[in-house]
Structure formats: C-alpha cells, structure tokens
Design a protein around this ligand. Structure first.
Ligand SMILES: Nc1ncnc2c1ncn2[C@@H]1O[C@H](COP(=O)(O)OP(=O)(O)O)[C@@H](O)[C@H]1O
Ligand SMILES: O=C(CO)[C@@H](O)[C@H](O)COP(=O)(O)O
Length: 452
C-alpha cells in the first residue's frame, strides 16, 4: 500500500492524517494543540506538527505529504531565515485601520476587487504588512521575505520557498485572474518588496522531507474543498474557528462589496468564499458561560423552542470580518423572565451562529444543489438539526472527519499519481438533515443585527 500524509495546521490545532494513496482509506492519525491568541511564534506550529506526526505513527512508510494551514497569517523572515516577530493570524484585527487606508489609497473597493479578486480587510496579509511598516519599522526593515503559515511549514520541512495558487490568493498581492503577483500592491502597502514564495501549480513538487515528497500544500479552505470532494453546484459551509461558505467555480470573481473573497482553489479553479471571524467558538464560549460541556449544551439547545422565545444572540465575539466590523462585540437581545434559562441561551447561540452563517451563505448568491456542513461545529447535534430550519434548505453532513488534512493528503496522492485531476477517492457516508424553514428566526435576527 502506498501511503500519503495530509496536515491541517489550523488556528486551534494541528491534525495529521495518513491515508492509502489509491483508495483514500484512513490508516492512522494524530493531533496536537496550538497556543491561543491571534499572534503566534511559528515555532509552535512546528512543535505541534512534530507531535501530531509522532502521534500518527511517524512518516517512515509515507511517500508524499501535503500541508494545509490557516490562511492569510503574516510570517516575516530575515536574511538568515529566522522569524522576525510572531506571526499575525487571520483573526488578528489590529490592521483594520491599515485595511481601510489601503482600500482608499488604491481608489476604492472595486479597484481592489478588480486587482486581486478581493477587497482587503484586517485578515489579509497585505494589511498586516502595512501595519508592520507603520508600527514596527525595525521589524519591517529586517523583513527580507514574507510567507504564509503553510508556506513556512513546507519550507521548514523541505527547504523550498514555495506556495500555491489557493493560499497566494489570500495575500492581497496575488491575482487569481492573472496568476501573477502584484508586487506594486506589496510596495504600496509595505514600502518595499520582500522576497515572496514561488507559486506552484496544483500538483507540482515542493521538494522533499527525507524520503517524503512534498506536495504544494494550500490554504485550509482550499484543502477542505479538495478533502470533501466539492464540485461545482455544491456550497460548503465550514464551522471551524472561522466560519466559511464557499463554492468551486470555473472563473475568477471580483465582488466590490468585499463580502465574497475571490480566491483560487487547489485544483486550478477558483473558490469564491465568505469568511466570518466567529463560528465554533460561539458554541464553546456559550457552553462555558453555562458551565456545561458541549453534549449538555446541545441537549439544552434542543430543549428550547425555535426562535428561543424571542431571545436573539448576535455572535460578534471577536469583532467581525463579514460584515466588516472589526471592533464589534456580541450582544443578547430579548431577555425576559421566560427566556432567562440555560436552554433559551443555548438555542439562541446556535440560532445566532447559524443566522450569521446564513448571511455568509446568502452573500455567495448561489442556489446550490447541495449544502455540505463540515468543521468541528458540524459535530454538534443541535447545529445539524437547526441548520436546515435557519438556512431554509436541507443540509448534508459528511461523516465527521478532518477534511482539511484529507484534502492535503489527496493533493499528495495527486503529486504521486500525476494527471489533470486529483485521484478519485471513495466517498465516506453522509447524513441528511431536513426541517421546516423558520424565516421568522432570520428576520428577527436581522432586526437586532441591524439595530432596527
Ligand atoms: N460537538 C461539538 N459541538 C460544538 N463544537 C464542537 C464540537 N466538536 C468540536 N467543536 C469545536 O470545533 C472547533 C474546532 O473545529 P475545527 O474545524 O477543527 O477548527 P479549526 O480547523 O479552525 O482548528 C473547536 O472550537 C471545537 O470546540
Ligand atoms: O481567514 C480565513 C479564510 O479567509 C479562515 O478560514 C482561516 O483560513 C482560518 O481557518 P480555520 O483555522 O478556522 O480553519
């Protein structure tokens, strides 16, 4: 059996899967936690990767590996390759002012969307570089090269300074439409042009780690699309640390409203995507407030009536990115003696999160044949059962798994097998959830969200 490994170096943890390159069957897996926070020493990702690989039984019998990782994070390296400062992650909002300035300086949102497919908000690397130039000029001066989390891990593993189309499309200085860097935008933001990783094609080799051949890797959402086998006609809603709604597309997109990021995918196509800062942690934070575990939280949420008796939870706990409200906070509206129960609060949190994700889904402007629900939050029974009511359409939940790591493993199998398309792997089981639509839950949420 030929084995391939896939990595998901995400916000909260690192996961490694080892799969049969031919069938995709899972052979073994491991995971390790990442530190909390929105700035992280990349060395912590390296340590977690080693731990997750060891837990997955090592790489001695593995032929190829791909690395998927959280998008956008700014990793600055000096002349010697040492990290200049902690990486600023996608969910760090300190560069919100820089984002607004850059949008104005280039001539407005439509100009950015036209240039790089997306209108930069604080998540995008280009805005973090502007922040660095303005606030930490010494670090900026020492920055000889800049890359993303998956690029950095691939470089540490194999020594090649490379990236892929998918992750490059989240920088704000690479155009999915032309497949070229926009170093003029890098210079606009940073006042200099640090070295950038070479952009590989979807199944190009990225060097090797000992005898393990390295695939190009990609951003976690692009890897998830590959891992779950998303096809045109599907919308994937992922409830991880971030919430995302995305679709595979045959042509690049450019949304001047900024809601839809016009990313590239990991197969040579495109991945229009709406991302939120708040997702699965809304559930764990509320469970924490209630002093219950996630299972008990689910049961509580399912005890309360649809609409939570009028209690509305706007889940902007970390500020928000879509809508672009970096300084927003969460709120609860509609507390009465009747709604002041753990069950009402739990249900309101689930409904608030799902309304928020339904807004993201709507922004894509698609009427898909299938809506696939993935990510850690999709393990919640309450989320699975309430999602079709709030979305107003059935949802398909693939069996719980590590779809980002799976996509990275499938990319590694593609590297070994070659060809124009990734290998076809046996699909796992799915569960289908249907429910009567509850449009009144969305309209009440919209009233509170908009302060009406
Ligand atoms: N049964 C569950 N109910 C609610 N949330 C869950 C459940 N299982 C896992 N999670 C949450 O999912 C998140 C991790 O999801 P994951 O997709 O792995 O995120 P990431 O890729 O961003 O690290 C954590 O916040 C965790 O609390
Ligand atoms: O910023 C985005 C997408 O644009 C996020 O989706 C990050 O890629 C983080 O992903 P998770 O750690 O939540 O999986």
């Amino acid at each position: 059996m030929t084995l391939v490994a896939g990595v998901d170096s995400s916000t909260q943890s690192c996961k490694v899967v080892i799969r049969d390159a031919k069938t995709g069957a899972l052979v073994r897996q491991g995971r390790a936690a990442h530190p909390d926070g929105t700035e992280v020493d990349p060395e912590a990702w390296w340590t977690a990767l080693q731990e997750a690989i060891a837990q997955a039984g090592g790489l001695d019998d593995v032929e190829a590996m791909g690395v998927g990782a959280q998008q956008h994070g700014m990793v600055c390296l000096d002349e010697s390759g040492a990290v200049v400062r902690d990486a600023l992650l996608w969910n760090d909002t300190r560069s919100a002012r820089a984002a607004a300035d850059l949008v104005e300086e280039l001539g407005g949102p439509a100009t950015w969307a036209e240039a790089v497919g997306s209108v930069p908000v604080a998540s995008f690397t280009v805005t973090k570089l502007r922040w660095l130039a303005e606030h930490e000029p010494d670090s900026a001066r020492r920055t000889a090269r800049v890359c993303l989390p998956h690029d950095w891990l691939t470089w540490r593993l194999g020594g090649e300074f490379v990236t892929d189309r998918g992750d490059a499309s989240g920088t704000g200085y690479w155009s999915p439409a032309t497949g070229e860097y926009r170093t003029d935008l890098l210079r606009l933001a940073f006042g200099a042009e640090p070295g950038l990783p070479r952009v590989l094609g979807p199944h190009d080799a990225a060097g090797g780690h000992g005898s393990v051949r390295l695939a190009p890797g990609t951003g976690d959402n692009m890897a998830a699309a590959l891992g779950v086998g998303a096809e045109p006609g599907d919308v994937v809603v992922s409830i991880g640390t971030s919430g995302t709604a995305f679709a595979v597309a045959g042509s690049p997109s450019a949304d001047p409203s900024g809601a839809v990021a016009g990313f590239a995918d990991a197969t040579g196509r495109f991945l229009p995507l709406v991302a939120t800062l708040n997702a699965a942690r809304v559930l764990s934070a509320t469970a924490g407030m209630l002093g219950v575990d996630l299972d008990r939280f689910d049961r509580l949420a399912l005890e309360a009536p649809a609409g939570s008796g009028g209690l509305v939870y706007v889940p902007y706990l970390e500020g928000e990115r879509t809508p672009n409200l970096p300084d927003a906070t969460g709120s609860l509206h509609g507390l009465t003696l009747k709604t002041s129960t753990p069950a009402h609060l739990a249900r309101a949190a689930v409904e608030g999160l799902l309304c928020h994700l339904a807004d993201a889904f709507d922004a894509l402007g698609l009427d898909p044949a299938r809506v696939l629900l993935i990510g850690g939050g999709a393990r919640s029974e309450a989320v699975r059962r309430i999602a079709p009511a709030v979305f107003g359409r059935p949802v398909v939940v693939p069996e719980p798994g590590e779809y980002v790591a799976d996509g990275a493993a499938r990319q590694a199998a593609w590297l070994l097998g070659g060809g124009d398309e990734p290998p076809v792997w046996e699909a796992g089981g799915t569960e289908h959830f249907e429910a009567d639509a509850t449009p009144e839950v969305r309209s009440r949420y919209a009233e509170v969200r908009d302060g009406r």
